[in-house]
Every structure is written in C-alpha cells, then in structure tokens.
Design a protein around this ligand. Structure first.
Ligand SMILES: Nc1ncnc2c1ncn2[C@@H]1O[C@H](COP(=O)(O)OP(=O)(O)OP(=O)(O)O)[C@@H](O)[C@H]1O
Ligand SMILES: [Mg+2]
Length: 684
C-alpha cells in the first residue's frame, strides 16, 4: 500500500475500461459549460452515456484545477445520510471528528480549486442539491453532476445528452462486436438498422453486440424486427420511446440468456458495487444453480456484456440499469429476502474473518485494503440488517466486528453512524450490544470525544454486568483507562488499564484489546516517571507484534517507545523509533496516528540544544500537523493535556532557535505541503 496518508491533490477519476467513441460536440460543449458555470448537470436516460461523457470531460480538466478532479459514485449509496460520507471517502479525506459532515466538507473545500464529479444523483436529488448548494460556497469548487433528473438549482446549467449519432452508434457496435468476434465484419447497413432499432442507446448497443458470439448480425436484426414490431403495436403506433428501447433490449437480452444465466443475473442484483467469484458462488448458488455452475454462468454473462469484469482486480460488476433490471426479476422470483440474507451471511462472515485475522495481527494491510474494496457490499448488508427488525443483533455484530475499519483505517464517522443506528434500534442488553458499546466508545475516543467515550464505556460496563459478560467488562475498563489517560488522570488510568491488561492476558492468544492496552498502560507509566517499566511493557508488546506480524499496534508501540527512550536520555534512538512509527502509519492511511507521531517527532528534534536544521524540521512538522488537525476537523491533539504540553514545548524551543518570524514562515510552508510530503522528509 503506497497511497499517502492525508490528502493528495491529483484526483481519483476511474480508468476507462473500454474505448470511448464519438461525442466530440458534447465534449466541447460540456467543457465550455464547465468554464462558464460552477454547476453543470448532464441529464439523460439510463445507459445513454452520461457517466462516460462526464469522466471524459473531467479527465481533460486536470490542468485547470490545482487541487484535482475528484469523482464520487453515488449509485451504491442507499442511505441519504451517507451522501456526505461518500464525498468524504471519494476525496480521500477521513471523517474523524464528531463535527457535522457537511460543515466539515464545506470548511475543507472553501479554499480549494477542484472539480467534483457527482455521478448518479437521481435517487438522491434532494440531498445532492442541498449539499451542492453548500459546497459551492467555496469559490474554487466546480461540480459536474450526472443524473437522470436535474438537481433543480438556479445556477445549474443542464446538458441533456441524446443518444449517439448514427455513425458513432455503428462504430460502437462494431467495436464491441470485435471484442466478442474479432474476425467478424458485419455489414454496416445491417448494423445501422440494428442501431436504429436500439435508438442508438450505447448501453443497448453494447448488449446487442455482445450477442454476436451466438448470432449473426442478420439474425440479430430479424429478432429485433420481430420484437419492435410487437412493441410498436403495444404502443399503438407511437413507436417505442428511448426508455422502451433500452428496456426492450434488456428484456430481449434476458430472454436470450440461458436459464442459469437468467437466474444468476437476477441474483447478482443483490450485490452493491463490485464482487468476486467466491462471493457470487456463495450468495447465488442453490439447487437450481449449483455452485459448480456459477462460474460458467458468470462468464456467459460477461460474454453477453451483462456483467463487466475488471481485468486488473478480477472483480465483477453490473451497470446500474442492468442491476435494476435484475432486481425486478429477483422480485418476480420472490427471492429478494432470501438473497439478501445470503448476502448478509457472506459479508458478516467476511467481517468476522477480517476481525479475527486483524486481532491476531496477521495480514492487516491485506484486510484493510480488502474491506475498503468490499465496503459497498458491507454497507448494503448493514442496511439490510438495520431495516429488518429481527436482524438488529446481526447488525450490531457486523458494525462491531468492523471496529478496526472504523477506528484504525479512517472510517470513523461512518462507523459512528452505523453503530449509533444499530444501538438505537436494539433494546435489550446482549453480548452483541455490549461489544457495539465498547467499539462505539473506541470510535468516540478516536473522534476526540472523551466525554462520549466515557459515557459509552460506563454503559457497556453496566449492561455487561447485567449479562455477566466479563469480556465486555474488560473492554469497558480498557476504554475507561484510555479516557482517563487522555484527560491526564494517570493514577486512575493506570488502575483501569492494569485491570484490563491482566484480564486480556488471561485469555489465550491475541485479542483486539491486549496490545493496545499494553501500549496505553506503558504510556501511563512513562508519564508517571517510570520509563523502565514502560520500556519493559513495550518491548513485550513489540515482541508479540513481531511474532504475529502485527503492524497497526506496532506503530503505536514505536511511538510510545520514542517517549521512553527520550526519558532515558537516548534522544537519537527516540527519533529513530518515532520515524519507524511514522513509516508504519502510512500503510493504513492512519492520519490521526501520523499527526500524533509528527508532533512527538517535532518535540524530540528540539530536545536538548537543537541545531538550526533540526529546529527547521520541527517547525515544518508542527506547521503540517496543525493544518492536519484542522483539516480533519479535530481539536489539536484532542486537547489532551499531556500531548499539548509536549507540542507547546516543541514550538517554544523551535522559536527560540529560529526566531518567531522564521518559525512561522517554515510552519506555513509545512501547512501548505501534502502531509505525505512532510512525512517522507521526516522519515528520510
Ligand atoms: N461515447 C461512448 N463510447 C463508448 N462507450 C460508451 C459511450 N457512451 C456510453 N458508452 C457505454 O454505454 C454504457 C452505458 O454508459 P454510461 O454508464 O455512461 O450511461 P449512463 O447514462 O451513465 O447510465 P446510468 O443512468 O445508468 O448511470 C457503458 O457500458 C458505457 O461504457
Ligand atoms: Mg451513469
């Protein structure tokens, strides 16, 4: 994983998988509109090519926007409240604080010059238009929307996208046909007629061209003739509308599929975003569609352009319109509820597997990346659990199993949202609820909400006591200890953390609590003038990390060890340890962790009698860190007294060497850099 923590400026436009054809005139107009207007919406029916056009047009804008071109795909967002989260994720920001998400986005964007592409907004028009209106308060932000329906804002410029012109439609057909039958050279006249039938709708053309593996162009045309004659008759001679043309093509593609492909198409509609073969096998197999036949049916659907496969990741996905058609068939089969529960089983199991593996310290980077990819499906199964009364416990289980994703991988705000919803929906105490309570406390501590974390830990302890759930009681102690530490109440923190460490140790193997609790306890002891004891704990922790391949807590342990080395007069080892911690943080996009370590590193660099070079490096780190906390909407160092003392001391010492003016100048430079750039310099 080499993506930087913090925020980069380039953008995230997806790579185009298949060739792009025609649309010269519309690209030109769209570019002009983007120059003249701050909000442009490309409208048109499903499958007409809005997304492709937007991606193309946006791709040519990089030079104009110093802060990049960013795209948020909203097609998988089902919960309207998740719209701002989706934007935050698309911008590769992390929603770490308890602040209102929209305020956070508005603040972040107010001084940026960037283009934001909001793809597929028709199911969230009200939310999107409200959000876009606020985001456009920043003068450098422009928004390009694709939607079947405009947002309805006054400043919105609309570009209704018609189907392809005939020549381009034919070219698209021939291009996609050559992918399934490279040697085929269909007659252009026949193809032109086919395209006319399909109303020159790109998606319909792709679907039809996909059939050339089994049919000749002439056979295809004659089938279409029959089909549209019927449609015209049904429409009383009015002729099929564009919507009809696509639906008819889809219906017809559906009929031409083998029975197992039809069934699979319907069942695949349960996935959100992309999925892999293993998931398709587990979720979609049944007596009628044995597991061994899923792969064959899936590749049949790929051949027919119903399902797209990304060659780089080997994952599959359905375009929105095709998925919606499948979902209708699934309803007709009366299988929706069954499929949703298979889907939920699969992703709940995956989340548990990820948690087990993460807690044991193995393959953490793999699981982090995997869960980011599976994110839309995990959210979809969460929505399912929360919408189904007797599944609330499972929803709690799922939301709690993903603690590492929420807490360690930057999905804090989202975790808080789902945990809150699940906790609100659950009434009676249960083990799942207790776990969700301590996980929520953990998340709150990461948001700097110490009071909230304490309250949740207390509730967890009370409910766990009722149930006799000793494991949850241990986690509640750990959380209470952490909060006390963050408040600077070291004796209280030590008492709770010692209790927690003792209980965690009594369990066999690693668990999510042991290693973090050891690090926190070591920090407490260090803060109370016991660096030797702290060092002993940390070296035990690092040995355990090493033995298990644990990387996340390891980075915290190195960070804590830096303090210990410093207390024992080994400043250069302290610096090396902090640099190690910082390197590890990058693997998980752990921005908050990075900021914490940057502050410590600045403090260490100014220790003793620093030379000008060290003081300058410290100033750069302090400036970047201060801007980082602000960017993520957090109070600097959570306002935690022990941390703040160090940070303020570092500033004083650096100013003493450099002078006020030079310090500020360098700090400002640090604030303007990408976080990653600053980190790269600091660990070099
Ligand atoms: N100009 C084009 N060149 C090549 N392929 C195209 C073009 N326009 C659209 N397509 C293809 O047609 C299909 C539908 O296009 P796209 O997804 O952009 O439509 P859309 O209008 O965004 O649909 P929806 O409303 O469902 O989001 C895609 O597979 C896309 O690759
Ligand atoms: Mg689209």
């Amino acid at each position: 994983m080499d993506a930087p923590p913090g925020w980069r400026r380039g953008g995230n436009l997806p790579a185009e998988l298949a060739s792009f054809i025609g649309r010269g005139e519309h690209l030109r107009r769209l570019t002009e509109m983007l120059a003249a207007s701050r909000l442009v919406t490309v409208t048109g029916p499903g499958g007409v090519g809005k997304t492709r056009l937007a991606v193309r047009a946006a791709g040519s804008q990089h030079g104009r926007f110093p802060d990049g071109v960013w795209m948020a795909d909203l097609s998988q967002v089902r919960d309207p409240e998740m719209v701002p989260h989706a934007l935050i994720a698309a911008l590769e920001l992390q929603d770490r604080s308890t602040r209102d998400r929209v305020d956070f986005l508005v603040d972040f964007l107010h001084d940026k010059e960037l283009l934001l592409v909001l793809d597929t907004c028709e199911h969230l028009v009200a939310e999107c238009s409200e959000l876009v209106e606020r985001l456009l308060g920043g003068y450098g932000v422009r928004v390009l929307v694709t939607s079947r329906q405009p947002l309805g804002l006054d400043i919105e410029q609309r570009l209704p996208l018609p189907p392809l012109d005939e020549a381009d439609a034919v070219e698209l057909f021939l291009d996609r046909a050559s992918l399934v039958q490279p040697d085929l050279a269909p007659d252009r006249q026949t193809v032109a007629q086919i395209c006319r039938h399909l109303d020159r709708m790109p998606l319909a053309i792709e679907l039809a061209a996909g059939r050339l593996s089994a049919l000749s162009a002439e056979q295809l045309l004659s089938l279409l003739n029959d089909r549209f004659r019927l449609l015209r008759r049904e429409a009383h001679g009015v002729g099929p509308t564009r919507h009809h043309a696509l639906r008819a093509t889809m219906g017809w593609s559906h009929e031409l599929c083998e029975a197992d492909e039809r069934l699979l198409w319907a069942r695949l509609a349960v996935f959100a975003g992309s999925f892999d073969l293993a998931a398709a096998k587990y979720v979609c197999a049944s007596d009628e569609l044995p597991e061994a036949e899923v792969a064959g049916a899936l590749s049949g659907l790929v051949d027919k352009s119903i399902v797209t496969r990304t060659s780089s990741s080997g994952r599959y996905r359905l375009l929105d319109t095709i998925r919606a058609y499948g979902a209708e068939r699934l309803e007709e089969l009366d299988e929706t509820a069954w499929l949703c529960s298979r889907h939920r089983d699969y992703y709940l199991d995956l989340a548990r597997q990820a948690e087990r593996s993460w807690s044991k310290g193995s393959r953490q980077v793999y699981w982090y990346l995997r869960m980011v990819v599976e994110h839309p499906n995990v959210m979809a199964s969460m929505e399912h659990c929360l919408a189904t009364p007797h599944e609330i416990e499972r929803g709690l289980d799922l939301a709690a199993s993903l603690w590492f994703l929420w807490h360690a991988c930057g999905f804090t705000g989202e975790g808080a949202h789902y945990l809150d919803r699940a906790l609100k929906a659950s009434r009676r105490p249960s083990r799942e609820r207790c776990k969700a309570l301590w996980v929520r406390a953990f998340v709150a501590s990461g948001q700097g909400d110490i009071e909230g974390a304490e309250r949740l830990a207390r509730r967890c302890a009370e409910e766990a006591a009722l149930l006799g759930d000793s494991e949850a009681m241990t986690y509640a102690s750990k959380m209470t200890g952490l909060c006390a530490y963050l408040r600077g109440d070291f004796p209280r923190a030590t008492a709770y953390l010692e209790l927690a460490v003792k209980s965690f140790r009594a369990e066999s193997g690693l668990n999510p609590g042991l290693l973090p609790a050891i690090v926190e306890l070591a920090q407490c002891l260090g803060a109370q003038g016991q660096p030797e004891n702290a060092e002993q704990l940390l070296s035990e922790c690092l040995d355990l990390c090493e033995a298990n391949g644990e990387r996340w807590v390891r980075s915290y342990a190195y960070w804590a060890l830096a303090d210990v080395h410093r207390a024992l007069g080994r400043t250069s080892r302290a610096i090396t340890s902090a640099q190690r911690a910082l390197r590890s943080k990058r693997e998980f996009h752990d921005v908050i962790g990075s900021l914490l370590v940057m502050e410590t590193l600045a403090w260490l660099l100014t220790d003793g009698s620093p030379d000008a070079a060290s003081a300058e490096q410290a100033a750069l780190l302090l400036g970047a860190a201060e801007a980082g906390w602000r960017r993520f909407g957090l109070e600097r160092l959570f306002g935690s007294p022990p941390f703040m003392d160090q940070s303020e001391e570092a500033v004083r010492r650096a100013v003493a060497v450099l002078g006020e003016g030079a310090f500020q100048e360098i700090a400002d430079k640090g604030a303007a850099f990408d976080l990653d750039e600053v980190i790269a310099r600091a660990v070099a």
